[in-house]
Design a protein around this ligand. Structure first.
Ligand SMILES: N[C@@H](CCC(=O)N[C@@H](CS)C(=O)NCC(=O)O)C(=O)O
Length: 234
C-alpha cells in the first residue's frame, strides 16, 4: 500500500511518548492528518465512543478513512500504528525480510521494555503517593540496564536497525523523557549522539511540539527534580 491519503488520518493523541511516536511518524511521512486531543489527565479516554477505537482506552489510536479496500480502519497500539503507516506509505519500514525483522525486533524491545519499565520509573519517582525506595531503585536499575543495551548496540551503528526507521522513532520518543526517568545521557554517549541527531530532524521537531494549546507538557521540567536529585543516592 503506497497511495497517498486522500482524506486526513485522524489521530487520537496526547503529548506523551506513545502519542508522539504517531505524530513524528505522520510528520516524517508528510501526509495530511488531524489531531483529536484525548486528555488522559482528565480521563477523556473513558468513553464508549473511544472504546470502539481503542479497546484499552489508551492513546494513541488512529482512524484512517482510506484503509484497506478503501474502507475506514481504526487502529490502537502504537507499534501496530507505526507498522501500518510504514506499510501504507512504504517508508521507514523496510520490505526486505532481514531488515524488516531487525526493525521489528527493536520496535518490540521498545514497546515491551523501553517504555513500560521507564513508565514505572516515572511513576515511582514522581507520582506515587508515598516514597518507596525499593520501587524507585528497582526501576532505576532497569532503566540503566535498558540504556546500557541501547548504548552497546549504537556504538557501531547510526540507527538502531539499518536506516532510520519506525524503531528509531519509537525509541526516541521515550528517550526524550530521559530526565524524567533520571538517566543522564552523559553516561551513554552513543545514545546521546543518536538522540541528538534524530532530534535535529525537522519532522521530529514538529511532531514532538504538538501539544494541546493551554496545557503543559508533562515532560516539562519537574519542580521537585533538583531537590530529589540532591537528596537521593540513586
Ligand atoms: N501499549 C500501548 C501503550 C499506550 C499507553 O501507555 N498510553 C498511555 C499514555 S502514554 C495512556 O493512554 N494512558 C492512559 C490510560 O491508560 O488510561 C501503546 O504502545 O500504544
Amino acid at each position: 500500500m503506497t497511495d497517498t491519503a486522500a482524506q486526513p488520518i485522524e489521530v487520537f493523541y496526547w503529548s506523551t511518548p506513545n502519542g508522539r511516536k504517531v505524530a513524528v511518524m505522520l510528520e516524517e511521512l508528510a501526509v495530511p492528518y488531524r489531531v483529536n486531543f484525548v486528555d488522559i489527565n482528565n480521563m477523556e479516554q473513558w468513553t464508549p465512543e473511544y472504546e470502539a477505537i481503542s479497546p484499552n482506552h489508551q492513546i494513541p489510536a488512529i482512524r484512517d478513512p482510506s484503509g484497506p479496500g478503501g474502507e475506514p480502519i481504526a487502529i490502537a497500539e502504537s507499534a501496530a500504528i507505526l507498522m501500518y503507516l510504514g506499510r501504507r506509505f512504504g517508508r521507514f519500514y523496510p520490505q526486505d525480510e532481514r531488515q524488516r525483522v531487525a526493525v521489528e525486533q527493536w520496535l518490540m524491545w521498545q514497546i515491551s521494555s523501553f517504555g513500560p519499565f521507564l513508565g514505572q520509573a516515572h511513576h515511582f519517582n514522581w507520582a506515587a503517593p508515598e516514597e518507596m525506595p525499593y520501587a524507585i531503585d528497582r526501576y532505576h536499575k532497569i532503566a540503566e540496564r535498558l540504556y546500557g543495551v541501547l548504548e552497546r548496540h549504537l556504538r557501531s551503528r547510526e540507527y538502531v536497525a539499518g536506516d532510520y526507521s519506525i524503531a528509531d522513532i519509537a525509541i526516541y520518543c521515550w528517550a526524550a523523557r530521559h530526565a524524567r526517568h533520571r538517566i543522564d545521557l552523559e553516561d551513554f554517549p552513543s545514545v546521546r549522539g543518536w538522540y541528538e541527531a534524530i532530534g535535529e530532524r525537522p519532522a521530529v521537531k514538529r511532531g514532538m511540539a504538538i501539544i494541546k494549546p493551554g496545557t503543559v507538557d508533562a515532560a516539562s521540567p519537574i519542580p521537585a527534580w533538583e531537590k530529589r536529585k540532591d537528596n537521593r543516592p540513586l
